[in-house]
Design a protein around this ligand. Structure first.
Ligand code: CP3
Length: 344
């Protein structure tokens, strides 16, 4: 198996910089669209053979150095007892948003084997299929990011209800966050036991918090997840992707994760300087750079690789998910450029 990705996560010597893309399985691939024409998104997530199939597509088409389980961060939220739908226009919709203590009471801390067996079955199929290929990354949403969907009932612009609960109902907020923390620990641990070789915690909305609030209302829960996972599975790298991290990077560093995933709004050299030599760094090309002419794209890749050299380990990635409009050939060109220009 090509273990370059796992080595880079641990900060070990590598022959070239490994690369994968967040949301690498998805609508920009005609092969994904063909599967989606047959089934809706949630059915796809819950059918192990199909979820495994679309997980493998970018590995074969792009030549990336890691696979990421095809699922969604809201799958465990549905397992907690909320009604989940994906609408074409609005994205995820969770009916009956949770805003009171009694609503939090009703949320279950789910057991993965019982309520999300399809996730573990997908992982088992994938480990067999990936045996001679690349490692498999499992994932979960971070507690704060999950809390925003649970409290807002879907995507949001200002996160007013979330912040109201944080500031005015802190005991209820803490109660919800503790339930989510337990859920994330057990969910990721089950994924690792089933075969995930690294895990990523997606904190898509960490960056909407003021630094002091991030420190108080998210960091302690993330730390708890990382500590618990490292204790149970010391060999499995934990990646923490904190989106929009420039203002909170000093705190993000304290998460204890082996790898910090960064978005494109911060210069990677600056991020590495501020994160220090104890963690590897993942990122951070602007997803829109995949629309540039090849020469300009290659230039950006080269610059980033050069800056990435000063990190304990560098895993090349986008600063957020690949966009549905991305030309596949440009994504392939980016992967090839990362490999070509980083080769020792
Ligand atoms: O990275 C991968 O290839 C693995 C699969 C994956 C998906 N979602 C598939 C998906 C992963 C890791 C996620 C994580 C996820 N889901 C996040 C965190 C990462 C991020 O982007 O910030 C979040 C916030 C979600 C919630 C979510 N799921 C939203 C807001 C949406 C709607 C917007 C959109 O992109 O369509 C989804 C749907 C979703 N998740 C799709 C895919 C491929 C599109 C569904 C479709 O096929 O129509």
């Amino acid at each position: 198996m090509n273990d370059t990705f796992l080595k880079a996560c641990r900060g070990e010597e590598v022959d070239y910089t490994p690369v994968w893309f967040m949301r690498q399985a998805g609508r920009y691939l005609p092969e994904y669209q063909a599967v989606r024409e047959q089934v809706d998104f949630l059915t796809l997530c819950k059918t192990p053979e199909l979820a495994a199939k679309v997980t493998l597509q970018p590995v074969d088409i792009l030549g990336v150095d890691a696979a990421i389980l095809f699922s969604d961060i809201l799958i465990p939220v549905e397992a907690m007892g909320m009604h989940l739908e994906f609408s074409e226009k609005k994205g995820p919709v969770l009916s009956e948003p949770v805003r009171t203590k009694s609503a939090v009471d009703r949320l279950i801390a789910p057991d993965t084997e019982d309520s999300m067996p399809f996730v573990l079955d997908t992982i088992k199929i994938l480990r067999k299929e990936l045996e001679k290929k690349v490692p498999l990354i499992g994932f979960s949403g971070a507690p704060f990011t999950l809390a925003t969907y649970i409290i807002e009932g879907g995507s949001s612009k200002n996160f007013l209800n979330t912040k109201k609960m944080m500031f005015q109902g802190r005991a209820v907020f803490d109660y919800l966050m503790k339930k989510l923390t337990r859920t994330v620990i057990s969910y990721l641990s089950s994924q690792i036991i089933a075969g995930a070789q690294a895990v990523q915690i997606f904190d898509s909305w960490a960056g909407i918090l003021a630094p002091d609030d991030y420190k108080e209302f998210e960091l302690p829960y993330v730390k708890k997840i990382v500590t618990s996972l490292k204790k149970q599975h010391p060999e499995t790298p934990v990646i923490y992707f904190a989106n929009n991290c420039a203002g909170i990077i000093k705190e993000v560093k304290k998460s204890g994760a082996d790898v910090i995933g960064i978005d494109w709004r911060i210069d990677i050299a600056d991020a590495i300087k501020r994160l220090g030599k104890k963690v590897a760094v993942q990122g951070n090309l602007d997803p829109c750079a995949l629309f540039l002419p090849q020469e300009e794209l290659e230039k950006k890749v080269q610059d980033m690789l050069l800056k990435g050299k000063s990190a304990k380990g560098h895993i090349f990635n986008l600063g957020h998910g690949i966009l549905p409009e991305t030309p596949v050939k440009n994504a392939i060109a980016a992967v090839e450029a990362v490999h070509k220009y980083s080769k020792k």
